[in-house]
Design a protein around this ligand. Structure first.
Ligand code: ADP
Length: 397
């Protein structure tokens, strides 16, 4: 083991980490610090099928990383195998179209993108700063959610609003889940090499959800926008709505702008419609006991996913593959079935037996073998992609 990478995903109140080796193929240890900034900060570490729970005091990002480092000091063989640290960064604006080794200029540029991701980028910067002080000899790499979508043309990324707003404030579609889409495109390329020269649609369906169109391995359109609120109906996010609704809701419910945005970000989507849960599993269980609102929420989710897929497909010459990924895309037979039912006019069909029997955690073809347009389930692996980018950049430098 001489290629271990510490992957860090530092969020506003949580910090996820994993150490991967074998070119990102083996997860040695993983964990999450939760409740950061609140009274009950705690770090859980999973190693060799055992879980350790550490109370954090003070409850912040620094304590979380110190806790990880202390654990590493008790596992010297793992610490000594570390060759680099890879950080997930949500927003790289128009500055980053690929992953980079972190230096002072990169830190300053991530800081400049804070306006575009006010909750995420400051948390990433905290994670980077503490990791640099704890692991001063390890090179650190930033991997951006937005980078893969930098190949969109301006016809796709501009909004139909005064161009001045793009010039003055960088208002445009950026797109997210880019690390997942890049992983899926490469993985499909390993299974079907010709896909790297074809048109591919990917639905990344998790608590956050989006779609992406990929031609010749490059993104041509995606459903999320300036922020991750746009596009599909999600766990608690509304996705695309009539923009006039913002003023309308604010006036009718007597809400401030930030309270209205809270409704759209945290109280809408599957949760808002079902009035039960943002969790697809809970909603499927409720639907099976004849809960009509749970069924409505799931059916709306599937219908909007299908619409957004076909909207993104207008940037492709041909549609050769459709891939489902993310917690819902990989695990929900019902959602895959409903999405493809809505796409029947486009000759997108799945084999019901294959859809129902696909084994969890594996890539699977769920359309008929002889069908031209192939439908796949491919489990995503953003941590592996971050570890590989880190390793590749370190080796190159
Ligand atoms: P995120 O990374 O955006 O937080 P995930 O990709 O982990 O989200 O996906 C979480 C979603 O996946 C939840 O809605 C969860 O209910 C759903 N999910 C996980 N397993 C299943 C399953 N077996 N059947 C249906 N939905 C599932």
């Amino acid at each position: 083991m001489n290629d271990a990478i510490l992957v860090i995903n530092s969020g506003s109140s949580s910090l996820k980490f994993a150490i991967l080796s074998g070119r990102g193929n083996t997860v040695i240890v993983e964990g999450i610090a939760e409740g950061l900034g609140f009274d009950n900060g705690r770090l859980s570490i999973k190693f060799n099928d055992k879980k350790a729970l550490i109370k954090l005091s003070p409850s912040d990002h620094k304590s979380a990383l110190i806790g990880i480092n202390e654990w590493l000091e008790q596992h010297a063989e793992i610490k000594s195998a570390l060759v680099g640290v890879g950080h997930r960064v949500v927003h790289g604006g128009e500055f980053f179209s690929s992953s980079v080794i972190i230096d002072n200029t990169v830190i300053q540029t991530i800081h400049e993108c804070t306006d575009l991701a006010p909750l995420h980028n400051p948390a990433h910067l905290k994670g980077i700063e503490v990791a640099q002080s704890l692991f001063p000899l390890l090179p650190q790499v930033a991997v951006f959610d937005t980078a893969f979508h930098q190949t969109l043309t301006e016809t796709q990324y501009l909004y139909g609003i005064p161009l001045r707003l793009y010039r003055d404030h960088h208002v445009r579609k950026y797109g997210f889940h880019g690390t997942s889409y890049r992983y899926i495109s490469q993985k499909l390329g390993e299974i079907k090499p010709e896909s790297l020269h074809q048109g591919v649609l990917v639905a990344h369906l998790g608590n956050g959800a989006s779609v992406c169109a990929i031609a010749n391995g490059k993104a041509t359109d995606t459903s999320m926008g300036l922020t991750p609120l746009d596009g599909l109906i999600m766990g608690t996010r509304s996705g695309s709505i009539d923009p006039s609704l913002i003023a309308f809701i604010s006036e009718k419910d007597q809400l401030s702008m930030s309270e209205t945005m809270d409704v759209l970000n945290k109280k809408s989507g599957l949760l808002g419609i079902s009035e039960l849960s943002n969790d697809c599993r809970t909603l499927e269980e409720a639907m099976n006991t004849k809960n009509n609102k749970a069924q409505l929420a799931l059916d709306m989710f599937a219908s909007r996913t299908a619409k957004q897929l076909m909207s993104a497909a207008t940037t492709l010459d041909t549609i050769d593959h459709l891939v489902f990924t993310g917690g819902i895309g990989e695990n929900s037979q019902y959602i895959r079935h409903k999405v493809c039912e809505h796409l029947r006019a486009f000759n997108i069909k799945i084999d019901q037996t294959k859809n129902d029997s696909a084994s969890k955690g594996d890539a699977a073809l769920i359309s008929d073998d002889n069908q031209a347009l192939q439908v796949w389930i491919i489990p995503t692996n953003e941590e592996k992609m971050i570890a590989l980018d880190t390793l590749n950049l370190i080796t190159k430098n």
